[in-house]
Write a new protein. Structure first.
Length: 147
């Protein structure tokens, strides 16, 4: 519980610092910031979370229980990497008259990164066979879905 409190206080302090910096910025356009924040909220709640929940439901049905955590983590990482890299892969912002802007083969590089994420998920070590269920994290914990 102490770690959670420290993380929450740290997050609040960082957000306070960001807000204070924004309020002292003479070029701040409050309407633009509010529009951006509303757009982020809508995209998160209407697109991102339902997509993650649907992917989790599919993974739960198709992937064996002991492989699920690695597959879920890899799926979330792959989705985040794809969303961040998509503008570069599609070439948004690349001026036609300047070939040195965004010069890399972003499509190939994203595929390589996604393959690394997939291999890491496949190579995830399984828990030792000699461990009892009571020694495994999250097992036999009240309220953890066991009844």
């Amino acid at each position: 519980m102490k770690t959670r409190t420290v993380l929450a206080v740290t997050g609040i302090l960082i957000m306070g610092y960001a807000v204070a910096g924004a309020l002292h910025d003479p070029d701040l356009a409050p309407a633009g910031v509010l529009t951006f924040l509303a757009g982020v909220l809508v995209v998160h709640d209407v697109i991102w979370m339902p997509a993650l929940l649907a992917a989790g439901a599919v993974i739960t049905r198709l992937v064996p229980r002991r492989r699920r955590p690695a597959v879920i983590a890899a799926t979330i990482c792959a989705a985040a990497i794809t969303v961040v890299a998509l503008p570069l892969v599609l070439g948004f912002g690349r001026p036609a008259d300047n070939p040195s802007a965004l010069p890399s083969a972003y499509g190939r590089n994203v595929i390589v990164v996604l393959l690394v994420v997939s291999v890491a998920a496949l190579l995830r070590r399984r828990p030792a066979k000699g461990r009892k269920n009571s020694e495994r994290p999250g097992r036999n914990v009240r309220g953890a879905g066991d009844g």
